[in-house]
Design a protein around this ligand. Structure first.
Ligand code: ATP
Length: 234
């Protein structure tokens, strides 16, 4: 089976404490939609960090885009990292840049020309409902507005995989539905989506998604997601 991510017996330990994640094994199919659920402290953010290469595991094997990222030299990781869009739980917007320039960042890094950037970023900012706030700095935006800028920045480059940590935690239900629709649209174009959330209402809105559940650092498999990804667009 083709896979975009493969974890085998992965463990993660911070410092000298007990393992935060233990015996994590799963495969993600390209083009599928996954939710990662679990109580606060179960290890969702830690698992996502392994996925977007912000953290190395203490043991086990991780393959990403068919490359072994555990033994890969550190300087090669940024090349893989650029293929992943990340929505951080704490947004991580660049404070001295406007909403527009934050969203434009991945396109500028990729060398896209400014005319195209103006069109694509303008359209994306309007889509997330921030049309009137494009020139605002992050500090002057509400938490929900910052979250939408963070989402727009993560998806603007049409990444092969989108990893989002509680991406609708700060917005009202209508905006959450709209943002989920954006993820779904991206997914239909082939992006693999991994959304960590403890909002089961959000999970129920994407019936075709597979669900992975973390329970005290161990992975459960309520929908059989780990063996049979349920949806791979043709
Ligand atoms: N950098 C770190 N150093 C030490 N311990 C950490 C670190 N990051 C997370 N932990 C611990 O690992 C455990 C799992 O945390 P993690 O943030 O991955 O859980 P989570 O499921 O994402 O929780 P939440 O839903 O509250 O964000 C917690 O006990 C946390 O205190």
């Amino acid at each position: 089976m083709a896979s975009i991510v493969q974890f085998e017996n992965v463990g993660l330990r911070y410092g000298m404490g007990a393992e935060t994640l233990s015996d994590i094994s799963f495969t993600l199919a390209p083009g599928a939609f996954y939710f990662l659920t679990g109580a606060s402290g179960a290890g969702k953010t830690s698992l996502l960090k392994l996925l977007y290469l912000a953290q190395r595991p203490s043991r086990g094997l991780i393959r990403l885009f068919n490359e072994d990222v555990v033994t890969m030299p550190r300087e090669r990781l940024p090349v893989l990292r650029r293929r992943i869009g990340v929505v951080f739980q704490d947004f991580r917007l660049v404070p001295h840049l406007s909403a527009f320039d934050n969203v434009a960042l991945p396109l500028r890094v990729a060398g896209v020309d400014e005319g195209e950037i103006a069109d694509r970023v303008g359209e994306m900012i309007a889509w997330v409902g921030l049309g009137g706030r494009a020139s605002a700095r992050p500090a002057t935006l509400s938490g929900g507005e910052q979250q939408r800028v963070a989402i727009a920045r993560a998806v603007i480059g049409q990444p092969e995989m989108l990893v989002a940590d509680e991406p609708t935690g700060n917005v009202d239900p209508d905006m959450a539905a709209r943002l989920l629709h954006l993820f779904d649209a991206l997914n239909k174009f082939g992006t693999t989506i991994v959304v960590a959330t403890h909002d089961m209402h959000l999970v129920s809105r994407v019936p075709s998604a597979a669900i992975m559940r973390l329970e005290r650092g161990r992975l459960e498999d309520p929908t059989g997601a780990l063996r049979y990804p349920p949806r791979v667009p043709a």
